[in-house]
Ligand binder design. Structure first.
Ligand SMILES: Cc1ncc(COP(=O)(O)O)c(C=O)c1O
Length: 361
């Protein structure tokens, strides 16, 4: 029996999962993880304690509505809890976005390269991803996106700052762009990395929520700034009307008990995350300088990773880094390295210098 004859058209059209088990591929104890934009400083000890305290109650279902977490997030942004939707990572929020808004044949407009889950989301809902390249300086091309809007456009995705390029658009630019769209288009602004930004005009759109006359949803995660990627907590912010529609998705009740407790604790411990951010920003400057000294073109990053081009093909560089030095990095149109602990960053620079045949001094 050929099982693929039984699957939905959406699944038939979709490429295989991009996320195989890492355990099968890597010996984790010997790898330096600079490939997934994880935060090497770990989560707040208060979040760890919250998970420990909650684990003994894991036989019971979680609070399906994640009440205390939604309240904590709403308080943090000076919103009401009905403006907040939570789920198992912002990946789950992306799935819910597709399920809520897409019909077969709808167009999902986005720049590439960006976070590939948005393409998957379009495919699994029978929608059509419409791809516009980023600008030459690797920024989201809002003018080109605007020109690509058709009467089939349903969703526009803006990743800000963008993964993998690390570049950003200002809040004012994004606001004007969104307000120029027809009111039949929903815009999702993915702010997975925005807490790492230093540029004063690289701002969250949260404070614009009550000014939009168009439907907008902001996607957020605890995976990066709060270093909770393995715990899987994400959330979306929008108007109560839009959130109520997304809340109809089955995945909306599925955030586990430990994640809910850890996220509340992490939000309350801003001092811990601010300190981690300080170290990451310092390393971002250091790495940028070292890579430039090695002759790489480095795109200015507001995130916890750096996008760069070198004379070596990105796929070849990724493979060499992993096979010869045990360092995981990312390969896209160009290369991407996540900011690690200082000793990892040094190991990466030493390896890069050797590969490029250059010198760090
Ligand atoms: C831009 C962007 N959005 C969303 C996510 C998903 O994050 P998570 O599902 O861990 O919350 C990622 C993960 O790398 C990302 O880079």
């Amino acid at each position: 029996m050929d099982i693929t004859k039984l699957t939905s058209r959406a699944i038939q059209n979709k490429p295989a999962s991009r996320r195989p088990s890492q355990a099968a591929k890597f010996d984790p104890s010997r790898l330096i993880r600079m490939g997934f934009n994880e935060n090497p400083y770990g989560m707040s000890p208060k979040a760890v304690e919250a998970i420990r305290n909650t684990a003994s109650e894991a036989n019971n279902y979680p609070d399906f509505g994640a009440g205390p977490l939604k309240k904590a997030i709403a308080d943090f942004y000076h919103l009401t809890p009905d403006c907040v939707l939570t789920g198992s990572g912002s990946s789950a929020m992306i799935d819910m976005l597709g399920m809520t808004f897409l019909n077969e044949g709808d167009e999902v407009l986005l720049c590439m390269p960006t976070f590939a889950a948005f393409i998957d989301m379009a495919y699994v809902n029978g929608a059509v991803p419409v791809i516009v390249p980023v600008t030459e300086d690797q920024r989201y091309d809002l003018d080109a996106l605007r020109k690509a809007v058709t009467d089939k456009t349903k969703l526009v995705i803006i990743c800000n700052p963008n993964n993998p390029t690390g570049t950003y658009r200002t809040a004012e630019e994004i606001f004007s762009f969104i307000e120029s769209l027809p009111d039949t288009v929903v815009t999702a602004v993915d702010e997975a990395y925005i807490e790492f930004a230093e540029a004063p005009d690289c701002e969250s759109m949260v404070s614009y929520l009550n000014r939009f006359t168009r439907p907008v949803v902001i996607l957020k995660t605890f995976s990066k700034y709060y270093a909770m990627a393995g715990v899987r907590v994400g959330y979306a912010l929008s108007t109560p009307e839009l959130i109520a529609e997304m809340n109809k998705c089955p995945a909306a009740w599925n955030l586990n008990k430990m994640g809910q407790a850890a996220a509340v604790a992490a939000l309350a411990d801003q001092a811990f995350s601010t300190e981690s951010k300080g170290k990451i920003v310092e390393s971002r400057h250091w790495l940028t300088e070292q890579m430039q000294k090695l002759g790489c073109t480095v795109y200015p990053s507001q995130t916890n990773f750096i996008y760069f081009s070198s004379p070596v093909d990105p796929v070849v560089l990724k493979q060499k880094m992993q096979d010869s030095y045990g360092i995981m990095i990312g390969a896209f149109e160009m290369s991407r390295v996540s900011i690690g602990l200082p000793e990892w960053n040094q190991a990466f620079i030493d390896a890069l210098a050797e590969i490029l045949g250059g010198c760090t001094k």
